[in-house]
Write a protein that binds this ligand. Structure first.
Ligand code: ARG
Length: 302
């Protein structure tokens, strides 16, 4: 029944979009490729359904493909997904011993690239430059990037893959314990991050912006700052690196709201968003995602 309806709808869609059908001819080769790749991955996820699927009338499905699928993403046309990150954000991204970007986000986007059948090239750049580079120097960005309304004006986001919150890193002997205590304080942040945006809203705060959160933490340890505001997991990593000097406190204690991380995508590239979201979902369903959480995030603060 479901299938019948789907075929009907596809046929109706096709009739409605006959002009699009014709003019999309040059896109068709492309689309067919993508559709095949997607069909394959779908089959893997649902082997029981897959057999049925191929037995069903193919003509209607085939005819419907150019409409059912949006045009293939231009970002993938060269077979390369160029990914911007800022590898100063452990455990999501950092530079490993061999000098290459590694971490949860890097492993995640490489796995997504594999599913999409493209080569992933990682560009390590300044966090503050990422959003403006999407659709130009880079195709997408993965950088523990929080979905915000301001960023949404410039880029689209994939489905979210992680929930975080800003933490407050304090010297061991600090008396800062609640939102009001942050007023008028010297606060270190990474430039252009949500921690930066929060700090700038704090009355009388003297906000020091760094290109790397680690540099802020070093200045905290050296007594130049009262606190550092940075995302939960990096804060916990830094806490473990400076165990005797600092404490990382959950931002909920300061009324900071939860944040969602997602992959930033060129505005309007729904084909790419769909493909990335499908890959993400597959990984969440089949346990690959959890395995990456275990490998990279759990235990990173020990
Ligand atoms: N989640 C914060 C934001 O989106 C900080 C992200 C910083 N990421 C990084 N790779 N340095 O602003």
């Amino acid at each position: 029944m479901k299938k019948f309806l789907a075929a009907m709808m596809a046929a109706m869609l096709c009739m409605g979009l006959l002009t699009a059908c014709g003019s999309a001819a040059e896109e068709t080769a492309h689309t067919a490729e993508t559709t095949e790749a997607e069909a394959e991955t779908a089959n893997e996820a649902e082997p029981a359904d897959a057999a049925e699927e191929t037995a069903e009338p193919e003509a209607a499905e085939e005819a419907a493909q150019p409409e059912a699928e949006t045009a293939a993403s231009e970002a993938l046309a060269d077979g390369v997904l160029s990914v911007g990150t800022n590898a100063e954000f452990p455990p999501f991204e950092y530079v490993d011993d061999s000098g290459e970007p590694d971490g949860f986000d890097i492993a995640l986007i490489k796995a997504i690239g594999e599913k999409l059948g493209v080569e992933v090239q990682v560009e390590n750049m300044e966090f503050n430059a990422l959003v403006a580079s999407i659709g130009g120097k880079i195709d997408v960005a993965i950088a523990g990037m929080t979905v915000t309304d301001e960023r949404k004006e410039m880029v689209d986001f994939s489905d979210s893959y992680y929930t975080a919150v800003q933490y407050v890193i304090l010297p061991k002997d600090s008396e800062i314990a609640a939102a009001a205590d942050l007023e008028g304080k010297a606060i270190g942040v990474q430039l252009g991050t949500t921690g930066d945006f929060i700090a700038e809203e704090i009355a009388g705060a003297e906000v020091a912006q760094y290109n790397k959160a680690l540099d802020a933490v070093n200045d905290l340890v050296n007594g130049r700052l009262d606190c550092v505001i940075v995302d939960k997991n990096p804060a916990l990593v830094f806490q473990s690196r400076f165990q005797d000097q600092v404490t990382a406190v959950d931002g909920a204690q300061f009324d900071f709201e939860p944040e969602e991380y997602a992959i930033a995508i060129p505005k309007g590239d729904t084909a790419l968003a769909d493909q990335i979201n499908a890959a993400l979902k597959e990984m969440m369903d089949d346990g690959t995602f959890d395995a990456l959480v275990k490998e990279y995030i759990e235990g990173s603060d020990e």
